[in-house]
Design a protein around this ligand. Sequence first.
Ligand SMILES: [Zn+2]
Length: 449
Amino acid sequence: MSGTDVKLLLRSTRVVTPGGTRPAAVAVTGGTIDAVLPHDTGTPPGARVEDFGDDVLLPGLVDTHVHVNDPGRTEWEGFHTATRAAAAGGITTLLDMPLNSLPPTTTVEHLRVKQRVAEPKVHVDTGFWGGAIPTNVKDLRPLYEAGVFGFKCFLSPSGVEEFPELDQEQLARSMAEIAGFGGLLIVHAEDPHHLASAPQHGGPAYADFLASRPRDAENTAIEGLIAHAERLNARVHVLHLSSSDALPLIAAARRRGVRLTVETCPHFLTLTAEEVPDGATEFKCCPPIREAANQDALWQGLADGTIDCIVSDHSPCTTDLKTPDFASAWGGISSLQLGLPAIWTEARRRGHTLDDVARWMSAAPAALAGLHHKGAIEAGRDADFAVLAPDATFTVDPAELFHRNQVTAYAGRTLHGVVRSTWLRGVRIAADGVLAGPTGRLRTRDNRA
Ligand SMILES: [Zn+2]
């Protein structure tokens, strides 16, 4: 399809740009934004015009936290299904987590396997995080040179044996190695000792599960990370922050100049512990969904800039692994297609704007990963867009979701914000739930591919 060569003019009365939302016409050539022009700009000769009326033109979302699990656990998810769900949900770039696939992305050879598997299947631009495990310090630099965006590690068991956690000494060694070549370490921050000493009752009661993953486990792990990052002048990112008690620690560290960034997830911002039914393990994730007051504090952390971004942590599994016992059920929430409406529904209720949502879900994750061609509607960036009808509502029907196992914690919820279409480098890849072919590209750090 030669669609990327056609000159396009995209008009909307509400274009979300880094300088605010305004009526505009966005000129696109060859898949790149040429200019953001006045709304009443005349149509250039030969150009195709799309007029979205009052629907909002957002920058395509960038989701830097997705478990695709392909190859190896493709019955859980895969590049075809995950990237279709992403496209339908307004996401134009995703980064795959290094674990749950077989092999995990812990060597260059493993990265090559993943890239070969992914390339023909991706509907959105796709890149890879590497993994830092106890035995692969020597592989980190070659992986970085091969184009991974940074490295993920765990401090407590990951749930799969091929991806072991780092102890404090191993963490320091990996962090020093990564800092030595200017890389980024992203961390699942729960302290194993606090988890081990928490009550482990198991069973279907959500309150018991919540007690088994206490806030202190997160707070302590983050405190330790800050200490290492400060000593090594390393760049560190806290994954899926749930405990709002850690926000003052994080804010203080950032004021001291520690190179620390933080993400949280739609489920922590839109679902609460109080409302999880017993046995409903589609709500299980680690760290866990906490109480309503915790959620209020996380929104405050977003509002004051302590939390940088919102990403899905889409982590599916087959339905049989979601047993009604919170201790043994697989942990992970599937939300790739629903993140934007879930967040928008809650954000608007709390007085936030779509400019805020675009910053948290597009600009900030793009900046985190160094995806400088993504994340904003401005000249020179990729022409990636989500067209959103912000006042339209829909009720989540799992059967309409594109991810492989149609389980989601959002089933039956009525959400605001319908994604009308999604555009990748100037080509419409999804419209009203109908997907075009897989035209995504594999991305590497610095766009070397
Ligand atoms: Zn995750």
